[in-house]
Design a protein. Structure first.
Length: 58
């Protein structure tokens, strides 16, 4: 469970600037993850990844 301060959730005690910074950090982190995923499958012919997995498993 998440932390609480008194009867309030910890997020209710965050300031506006801190919330904005957390939001920016989360957006940047997600952009990095999406870029890695796009690079992983870039220019791969359709169905090729499944064939590669089957070949490596056999």
């Amino acid at each position: 469970m998440t932390k609480r301060i008194g009867s309030k959730h910890i997020a209710q005690h965050r300031g506006k600037a801190e919330r904005i910074e957390i939001k920016r950090t989360n957006i940047a982190r997600e952009a990095v993850r999406q870029a890695e995923a796009r690079a992983k499958y870039r220019n791969v012919p359709k169905g090729l990844t499944k064939r590669q997995e089957a070949a490596s498993a056999a």
